[in-house]
Structure formats: structure tokens, C-alpha cells
Design a protein around this ligand. Structure first.
Ligand code: AMP
Length: 282
């Protein structure tokens, strides 16, 4: 199995599969594959006859001061991993293939991107919507699997699939973590040895908030402020750290019974941005 970089070729390849009545599961990635990505591939395999993985570092979702140039690219070892996992095809297009010089069309997001990463990374979700919309049109999958680690991305794409009638079953896979709790991420490769030891503190703070809520705290502001100070004292720079509603992705002051919330944080350790979250049914 070699990487396919032409839209025509991937379409032909999938057309013959679909003609045999096979369903297609799709896992979009930016490569530098780790166990988190593999868990998505395995879920997709359980849900569909053939799995397609895309590997594309999408320039449209990086801000001018972000890590687009630095982002790890390791196509050969990613392909090897996909072969071992029995992936049917890897779509790894170039920028020229994905984007024409001038773009006239963008997809906007309302409300769901007002907080969390949407608030701190202007243009981020529009870039993701653009690329996933294109990838869905190229691959036409039956099912697509995304990680809970990027939960706001999942919610926004779930709405895109629904509102744009993509007809794709959207699946959210749980977060894969290292033994010490750190959520796996391609960006963890940026961490120094010392930072890597510090990094799981984010997860521990989220867990602490979760425990307090489970023990009966319904107005989490003080608790949140305290955890933020603790993280800051350990050298983290906080982007956001709060409890949000799962439905609207908006911060909450008072939790009400029967609702689902997410406790989510984004922090910088040195120049590395880490994100993580926990889902809590209250
Ligand atoms: P990325 O390559 O970072 O764009 O991620 C591709 C997909 O893998 C996205 O749906 C992510 O949410 C998902 N993903 C990344 N890290 C993890 C993880 N630790 N556990 C589960 N899914 C993940």
C-alpha cells in the first residue's frame, strides 16, 4: 500500500470498493501517527469494511504565528503503521491538489466556536471545516472517526455533517493517554524531557475538578480559579481552563442535573500548546 496523492486515483480506488458493496470508514489526520490515531483506525475498522486514512498538514487551520513549518512530518513511518493496521488506502495530497490559488468559498461557524480553541485560534475551525468538507466530498465515507481530544472540533464537524447533509455517520473516540495520564498528541514531541514530566499536571487538574463536581460542587468557579493558579505556579501558561456545556461549548457558572458538561483546558508549557478534556454527566 502506497500513499495516494491524486483525487482521481483515490476516487477510482474507492469506487471499485463501493461497487463491491463495501462500506468505507475514514480517519482524517495530520500524520505523525501515534496510539491515539491507531485507536481511531481500529474503531473505524470495526465499523466499516475498509478504512481510509488521510494524512495532510492543512495549512488553512494554522495561524501565522503557529507551528505549521515545525509540525512533524513522517509519511514513510506513518505508511508503515497504516500497512500494519490493514488500512485500505492512505490519501496524502499536496497543497496544490487540495487548494486552488484563490479561494472564494469559506464555511463559517456560529456560536460553537465562540469559546475554547475557537476563541483563541482565529480561523482555526474555518480551516478545519474547509478541509474536512473537501475530504468528505473526495472520500464519501460511510463513517468517520474523530478523537474526543479535539472535542470542539468534533462538535463542529458533527454539525457540519448534519447541516450540510454529508450523510456520514460521525463517531467520537475516547482519548488515548500515556501511562501518566498525558493525552497523546503529535505535538508532545516538542516537549523537553523536563516539560514532559510536568505535562500530566493538566490532566490531574481536570481530574481534580471532575472529582469535586462528582462530590457535589455545582458552582465550580472557585475550584477552577484555584486549579488555574496551581498550574500557573507549576510554570504553565493558561489559555483556557473551565467547565463548558457539551451542547453549546459555552462556559457554565452553575451545573444543573441531567446535563452533560466538559471540563476542558488548553495550556502552554514553554512554547508547546497542550489540550485535554473530560466529559462529565451531571
Ligand atoms: P491530528 O492528526 O492531531 O489532526 O488528529 C487526527 C485525529 O486523531 C483527530 O480526530 C484527533 O482528535 C484524534 N486524536 C489525536 N490525539 C488523540 C488521542 N490522544 N486519543 C484519541 N484521538 C486522538
Amino acid at each position: 500500500m502506497e500513499a495516494i496523492n491524486s483525487i482521481e486515483e483515490i476516487r477510482n480506488r474507492l469506487r471499485s470498493l463501493k461497487e463491491q458493496g463495501k462500506t468505507v470508514g475514514f480517519v482524517p489526520t495530520m500524520g505523525a501517527l501515534h496510539e491515539g490515531h491507531l485507536s481511531l483506525i481500529r474503531i473505524a475498522k470495526e465499523m466499516a469494511d475498509a478504512v481510509v486514512v488521510s494524512i495532510y498538514v492543512n495549512p488553512e487551520q494554522f495561524g501565522p504565528d503557529e507551528d505549521y513549518d515545525q509540525y512533524p512530518r513522517q509519511l514513510e513511518s506513518d505508511l508503515e503503521i497504516c500497512r500494519e493496521e490493514g488500512v485500505e488506502a492512505v490519501f496524502a495530497p499536496s497543497d496544490e491538489i487540495m487548494y486552488t490559488d484563490k479561494k472564494f468559498i469559506r464555511i463559517e461557524v456560529d456560536e460553537l466556536k465562540d469559546h475554547m480553541d475557537g476563541a483563541s485560534r482565529p480561523g482555526f475551525y474555518e480551516g478545519i471545516l474547509l478541509v474536512v468538507n473537501k475530504l468528505f466530498n473526495i472520500i464519501e465515507p460511510d463513517v468517520a472517526v474523530f478523537g474526543q481530544k479535539d472535542i470542539q472540533q468534533y462538535r463542529i464537524l458533527e454539525r457540519m455533517a448534519l447541516e450540510m447533509n454529508h450523510g456520514v455517520d460521525m463517531v467520537m473516540a475516547p482519548i488515548k493517554r500515556a501511562n501518566d495520564g498525558l493525552a497523546l498528541s503529535s505535538r508532545n514531541a516538542y516537549l523537553s524531557e523536563e516539560e514532559r514530566l510536568q505535562a500530566p499536571a493538566l490532566f490531574r487538574s481536570l481530574r481534580y475538578v471532575e472529582k469535586q463536581i462528582k462530590d457535589g460542587v455545582t458552582t465550580p468557579k472557585l475550584l477552577i480559579d484555584h486549579q488555574k493558579s496551581e498550574l500557573q505556579a507549576k510554570g504553565f501558561k493558561i489559555d483556557y481552563f473551565n467547565v463548558f456545556t457539551l451542547e453549546e461549548m459555552a462556559p457554565v457558572e452553575k451545573l444543573t442535573e441531567g446535563q452533560t458538561y466538559i471540563i476542558a483546558g488548553a495550556v502552554y508549557l514553554g512554547t508547546t500548546r497542550l489540550i485535554d478534556n473530560l466529559i462529565i454527566e451531571f
